[in-house]
Design a protein around this ligand. Structure first.
Ligand code: AMP
Length: 114
């Protein structure tokens, strides 16, 4: 799959409200937030969808989850809770084909999701 706007955000070619970065990951606020806090955790190495991830990507996927959890904890959301979401392909609601984890926090989430 070809690159997406997330590659341009990672290269700082388009602006984003970046809240976390390390050697492998970037996290920035979603432009269309669905909760008081809505942050996208993105691997710098592009994997289009979760369906494209393989065993060798396991460490990177684990780092995405741990970084999102650490951010939520640091922001004080862990005791009340929060939600992590990975949308995969059309029925999953994926619109940007660069794997990412949504962190949604700051309000009560509902189930089932829409
Ligand atoms: P998904 O639908 O799971 O692929 O999520 C893509 C997310 O990217 C959506 O929640 C969008 O609101 C968000 N998004 C799209 N463009 C930008 C942007 N330029 N900066 C930040 N978030 C964006």
């Amino acid at each position: 799959m070809s690159e997406t706007l997330f590659d341009k955000i990672i290269r700082r070619e388009i602006p984003a409200d970046i809240v976390y970065e390390d050697d492998a990951l970037l996290a920035f606020r979603d432009i269309n937030p669905q909760a008081p806090v809505h942050v996208l955790f993105v691997p710098k190495r592009r994997i289009a969808t979760l369906d494209d991830a393989r065993g060798e990507d396991g460490t990177l996927l684990g780092r995405l989850l741990l970084a999102a959890a650490a951010y939520a904890r640091a922001q004080g959301f862990a005791p009340n809770g929060y939600r992590l979401v990975v949308n995969c392909n059309a029925d999953g609601g994926q619109t940007v084909f660069h794997l990412h984890v949504h962190l949604l926090a700051g309000r009560t989430m509902h189930w089932p999701p829409g």
